[in-house]
Write a protein that binds this ligand. Structure first.
Ligand SMILES: NC(=O)c1ccc[n+]([C@@H]2O[C@H](COP(=O)([O-])OP(=O)(O)OC[C@H]3O[C@@H](n4cnc5c(N)ncnc54)[C@H](O)[C@@H]3O)[C@@H](O)[C@H]2O)c1
Length: 311
């Protein structure tokens, strides 16, 4: 198949491009390099089945493809908050453009949505039936509400125009090719520990998150795309850890002498996050295979190399 991956030069998108190419597909990677990098796909540039197009999805584009994985959107608070209006445009105009393209091509369309649609959840763990608790005017809203309207758009195109959609709600994912400085908790702690500077925990560290390794996530996306269930489907690792547990695990793995310091909690930071993955298990026969420390070992090795090479 010919498969379009928007945001294909980003962290998750580049791993998805790798997997699709390995499976023998042709891949068109569309990216404006806002948070993505050529280094993530450098190794694919000479591959005959790989094509890179620098393009901002807020502008329409005409292409031919059989499937569309729609991942383009900055995913870390540092980046999505640095230009909140652009984040909204990417989610609204960008998602509409990509859905319009899928409609014209009669291509199956998978939206990379997020656990952030649940906001600061009042039920735990979060199942797909939960409608969420999102502040519509807070500093995370451009992303949280942006993804909620992306889901709404996908379902409207599905109902009105019979676009064949799939919706994945992705929970925290980590792995190689994450950015060094984008404020995501796993990369933050690892980079701080490797640099020998204190690990910053926001709040008292009792807030929880779950951490999925990127290879597991990509497998889930591919199964969802090629299965018959529209979703939304939670994709994440149900192992739940407090932020303080994560900090101590990384401290022990990288640098037991590194200090842990506490800073005030940012506005609207969710207190608890854990996916209920019953649907993914039942519909996709999917569950994560990579346990936290195994995944962290790979992510740590990546950042160790990356920091050594950028010295
Ligand atoms: N990483 C996670 O933990 C996580 C969790 C939930 C959801 N997601 C979703 O998965 C997707 C990929 O996330 P990621 O972690 O790889 O993030 P990322 O920031 O590494 O990748 C996003 C990619 O989209 C590109 N992009 C952004 N705006 C664009 C635009 N207007 N036009 C074209 N390209 C644009 C960026 O340059 C980048 O390559 C995102 O949609 C994100 O919301 C990620």
């Amino acid at each position: 198949m010919r498969i379009l991956v928007t945001g294909g030069a980003g962290f998750i998108g580049s791993h998805l491009c790798d997997r699709l190419i390995e499976s023998g597909h042709e891949v068109i990677c569309l990216d404006n390099f806002y948070t993505g990098h050529k280094r993530n796909i450098q190794h694919l540039l000479s591959h005959p089945c790989f094509e890179l197009i620098r393009h901002d999805i807020t502008e329409p584009i005409k292409l031919e493809a059989d499937q569309v994985y729609h991942l383009a959107c900055p995913a870390s608070p540092v980046h999505y908050q640095s230009n909140g209006i652009k984040t909204i445009k990417t989610n609204v105009m960008g998602t509409m453009n990509m859905l319009g393209l899928a409609k014209r091509l009669k291509a199956r369309f998978l939206l990379a949505s997020t656990s952030e649609v649940y906001g600061d959840p009042e039920i735990h763990p979060q199942s797909e039936e939960y409608w969420g608790n999102v502040n519509p005017i807070g500093i995370r809203s451009c992303y949280d509400e942006g993804k909620r309207i992306s889901e709404t758009l996908a379902f409207e195109y599905h109902r009105q125009n019979a676009v064949d959609i799939r919706v994945a709600r992705i929970f925290n994912t980590h792995g190689t090719r994450m950015l060094e400085n984008d404020g995501r908790v796993v990369s933050n702690f690892i980079v701080q520990a490797l640099k020998g500077i204190p690990l910053t925990v926001y709040g008292d560290g009792s807030q929880t998150r779950s951490f999925c390794y990127v290879s597991d996530l990509v497998e889930g996306l591919i199964r969802l795309m090629n299965g018959e269930h529209v979703g939304p489907v939670n994709l994440g690792n149900p192992g739940e850890y407090t932020i303080l547990q994560l900090a101590s695990t990384i401290q022990n793995m990288v640098n037991p002498d590194a200090e842990i310091v506490f800073k005030p909690l940012p506005q609207d930071d969710p207190r608890r996050r854990q996916p209920d993955i019953s649907k993914a298990k039942q519909w996709l026969n999917w569950e994560p295979q990579v346990q936290l420390e195994e995944g962290l070992t790979k992510t740590i090795a990546y950042f160790r190399d990356y920091l050594n090479n950028s010295k």
